[in-house]
Design a protein around this ligand. Structure first.
Ligand SMILES: [Zn+2]
Length: 407
């Protein structure tokens, strides 16, 4: 006999609070990973931890597994929290705490539903809780837990997945995210000619050079056409996001700086070719610097110096994700749509602006996923989780395998 969904929901609320109590900022997931593995074992479900700290559990057997996947890490608490980020509090319909929304609520709901189904059914299921989703280091592979999982445990497995990142609309309605942006993070270093603060004509101020690049980047965003996203029923047009988020230059009040650095966050929209974007931005900055070089030619000649620019990439840059139209993906989507529709009376498919591990699971392990989760607020002060959507996802996580694996 399986327990009722109401009971599972209450357990998910309490497990979410346990998880919030364990700090797990990216790179420090050891304690929460041990806790989750023990939690599963205590419920009589076998769980293991891999080399990087991902928690993995498998139950049942069949040609096609349903994977529940979530991440255990959180961003660091932002300054300005008015409460203890690691002390969960339920007030009314809200559960406060760091990571409650992104995504310990979803992670807990998945653990509760998975462990119950593992005991009371023989559905072929996998549960994975991964490390380092919120960006680890600046290496191209970012030490991402999901990437490790895709290359080891999930390799060659036939599975479809649910990634438990938030998929709640403004009215608290659950939707299904079938795709999301990729990302391209650039570091642009501009080189001018240093000089004394009192002699601007005998220097080339790197801040001014960099400002021209910033302006060109901003214009490329301001005048970009929105891209239409296929298959989705909500917000189906996206202007490719680009933002210059860090500008570093200068050290002393009396010295004209010779170097400036910009960090640019460009999201890759479905249908865009990430390699073409790499070329586009490197051409754009070269073009700006080329024009400046011409304009400044007499001065550069006199100074016997040159100006320059370098563009390189930060972190793991990846294309956009879209649920593929394979047979397995269709089985998953049909079940997810029925589950959400029976709860909400309708179902919308959406496309997210942020990046998730769904792209990794598909590109590196061939596991197509939909994104369904209770969170609505990520990376904010006084983060909280609405309990209404948590209750709904417990139901959906519970229903999807029942619809996928009719017995
Ligand atoms: Zn997240």
């Amino acid at each position: 006999m399986c327990r009722s969904v109401d009971e599972l929901y209450r357990e998910a609320v309490s497990l979410t609070q346990d998880l919030v109590r364990i700090p797990s900022v990216t790179g420090s997931e050891d304690e929460i990973s041990r806790f989750l593995a023990d939690w599963l074992e205590e419920r009589g479900v076998e769980a293991l931890r891999d080399e990087v700290g991902n928690v993995i559990s498998v139950s049942g057997d069949g040609p096609l597994h349903l994977l529940y996947n979530g991440h255990m890490d959180t961003v660091p608490p932002q300054p300005g929290w008015t409460r203890d980020p690691f002390e969960p509090a339920v007030e009314g319909d809200r559960l406060y705490g760091l990571g409650s929304s992104d995504m310990k609520g979803g992670l807990a709901a998945m653990a509760v539903v998975y462990s119950e189904l593992a005991k009371c059914t023989d559905f072929p299921l996998i549960y994975t809780a991964v490390v380092r989703e919120e960006g680890g280091d600046d290496t191209p592979e970012n030490m991402r837990g999901a990437l490790h999982l895709a290359r080891t445990f999930l390799r060659g497995k036939r599975a479809v997945g649910i990634v438990g990142e938030g998929s709640v609309d403004r009215d608290g309605r659950l939707v299904i995210r079938i795709g999301h942006n990729g990302k391209l993070r650039l570091r642009i270093r501009v080189r001018g000619v240093a000089g004394h603060g009192s002699r601007p004509d005998y220097a080339v101020n790197a801040i001014y050079l960099a400002m021209d690049i910033v302006r060109a980047l901003k214009a490329s965003y301001d005048y970009a056409n929105p891209i239409r996203i296929p298959r989705v029923t909500l917000d189906s047009e996206i202007r490719p996001p680009l933002s210059v988020n860090v500008f570093r230059a200068g050290e002393a009040i009396n010295q004209i700086p010779s170097e400036a650095e910009l960090l640019v966050d460009r999201r890759v929209v479905h249908g865009e070719d990430i390699d073409e974007l790499r070329r586009r931005y490197s051409d754009l900055v070269e073009h700006v610097i080329g024009a400046l070089r011409e304009e400044l030619a007499p001065r550069l000649e006199e100074l016997e110096r040159g100006i320059g620019v370098e563009v390189d990439e930060i972190g793991m840059n990846r294309p956009a994700y879209m649920l593929p139209e394979t047979e397995d993906a269709k089985i998953l989507l049909a079940a997810a749509k029925r589950a959400v529709e029976s709860l909400e009376g309708r179902v919308d498919l959406s496309y997210g602006t942020g990046y998730t591990d769904a792209e990794i699971l598909w590109s590196f392990a061939g596991v197509p996923s939909v994104i369904i989760g209770p969170g609505a607020r990520a990376h904010v002060q006084d983060e909280f989780l609405d309990l209404g959507p948590l209750k709904k996802v417990v139901r959906v996580y519970w229903d999807v395998p029942r619809l996928m694996f009719p017995r």
